[in-house]
Design a protein around this ligand. Sequence first.
Ligand SMILES: [Fe+2]
Length: 182
Amino acid sequence: MTTPSITRMTAPPSTAYKIVDVPEAYADVIKRHGIPGTFVGASEKESPWVPFGANAAIRHLLFDTRHNIFSNILWIKTAGVIGTHKHRGTVVMVCLEGSARYLEYDWVAGPGGFIYETPGLVHTLVTDHADGVKLFGWLQGPIEFYDDKGNFVETLDVWWFINHYESYCRAHGIPINKELYI
Ligand SMILES: [Fe+2]
């Protein structure tokens, strides 16, 4: 037996331009144990571009040490390569500007392109675009980087990304932005 499809769309049910109180059975529990959301504005005061090799930079947006999750924008400034790496977790990325692809696959991500990566994938990120690429990323789990001979070099995880951000801030007298930590 098939389930009849819903034909009447009910969301969003309100377009009122106001704050509306809604019921919540566990409001007190949420107040005690809920984790506030965060906001990081676009300015470099809120999160600077931190160099990542000679031709790239990372703008850190979020660190979740409980789940080994880190979110950022990766900017490869001109045509170039971010070397071969292996994922031990999942990655969600959206191309914001420019274009990027992996040598291992046959697609090219332009602005608005969506990328999903899963544990065990090994690939080599390149941009052939003269203006490089900006990729928003929501990354979970360790990423292992290899040299051009296939030798393991380094693991990048939430601790690596926090250190990358904080050591740059310390060196440049930039205050650590608490909004990046959940
Ligand atoms: Fe990747």
